[in-house]
Design a protein around this ligand. Structure first.
Ligand code: LMR
Length: 330
């Protein structure tokens, strides 16, 4: 038996956490021979609800669930202790009429404490996926609060946008979603993101060739993906949960398995200045990995239209950083 992987989750009894914990415990994410210990963290008033989640996990009798630990958010050192993965879901979710950036002053400060807790307690190989919004900037804050954790271990979730974009393109082209590859999401997980249809393929052919309708691609497609989170909130009366959990788990799966040659992972990472994007921002890029080490894929074609879109979303990231500059080191 392999040694267990420890996965810490904040907001574990919330809607996304509830849609995530069982799939992690089943072995679906980290592999059919990989035991998992779940370290579930909640705010003190939600600890009772977390007890219920733990009871249900017990009641699933998952053979790979090697342990469960619970901690409240006042004891993050305990919650993150020896964690190999940390998935940060906890924070105020967006309500109808709000932009994700509206959450910044409420959720931002939580990530200082979480970064410090990760640095103090997590395993030396820890990798962190930030889902709580605004996820790019929350990730930036946490990363700066944990200066000893290497910068290539920090990820913010743009996979939900990639999955959404793949579904839209597949439906438009009348093909299965698995035919859509290389859909990069540039920039911020927000209504300025750029779902890059220009470099994407359908059944190995450029999307722009398969879907000749430029107007649809440039306007409707981009807007649908950018506003999908708001559309779900409007329809459900609550922000996406199962699809967000699914995308966070897809992010983990994609980072631990080699990326296919004809594809890319969409995830926001610490910019190294690639594609002229300012160093240090947590920005959505096309990524590939051998399952251990990831890198930004070079050579995506960026024309004037795409550059304009990327500049807009990168400028928004800079503005968000400005709004939380008191939470970042001088
Ligand atoms: C989403 O994209 O559905 C989530 O980020 C929630 C939100 O606020 O849109």
């Amino acid at each position: 038996m392999k040694p267990p992987v420890r996965v810490a989750i904040t907001g574990a009894a919330g809607q996304i956490g509830y849609a995530m914990a069982f799939r992690l415990a089943s072995g679906e994410v980290l592999g059919p021979d990989q035991p998992v210990i779940l370290q579930m963290i909640e705010i003190p008033p939600a600890m009772k609800s977390l007890d219920g989640v733990r009871m249900e996990l017990d009641d699933c009798a998952f053979p790979l669930l090697a342990g469960m630990e619970a901690a409240d958010s006042d004891h993050l050192d305990q919650g993150f202790k020896n964690a190999n993965w940390v998935i940060l879901l906890g924070g105020l979710p967006r309500k109808a009429g709000m932009e994700r950036a509206d959450l910044i002053r409420v959720n931002g400060p939580l990530f200082t404490a979480q970064g410090k807790g990760i640095q103090a307690a997590a395993a030396s190989d820890v990798r962190v996926v930030v889902v709580a919004n605004p996820c790019n900037t929350n990730c930036l804050i946490a990363m700066h609060s944990a200066p000893d954790v290497p910068k290539d271990r920090w990820f913010a979730m743009t996979r939900l946008d990639q999955n959404r974009g793949q579904a839209q393109l597949a439906q438009k082209a009348g093909v299965g979603v698995g035919e859509v590859k290389r859909l990069a999401i540039w920039g911020n997980h927000s209504s300025t993101q750029f779902p890059d249809f220009q470099n994407a393929t359908i059944s190995g052919r450029p999307v722009t060739e398969v879907i000749g309708h430029q107007e649809w691609l440039r306007k409707d497609f981009i807007a649908t993906v950018q506003k999908r989170g708001a559309a779900v909130i409007e329809a459900r009366g609550a922000s996406s949960a199962a699809s967000a959990a699914n995308a966070a788990l897809d992010t983990v799966k994609s980072l631990v398995n080699p990326t296919a040659k004809n594809d890319c992972i969409a995830v926001a990472v610490h910019s190294d200045g690639s594609y002229g994007i300012e160093k240090g921002l947590i920005c959505g890029f096309p990524i590939k990995t051998d399952g251990k080490k990831w890198s930004i894929i070079e050579g995506f074609k960026i024309d004037e239209f795409a550059q304009g879109k990327i500049d807009t979303t990168v400028n928004e990231l800079k503005q968000e950083r400005e709004t939380v500059k008191d939470l970042l080191p001088k």
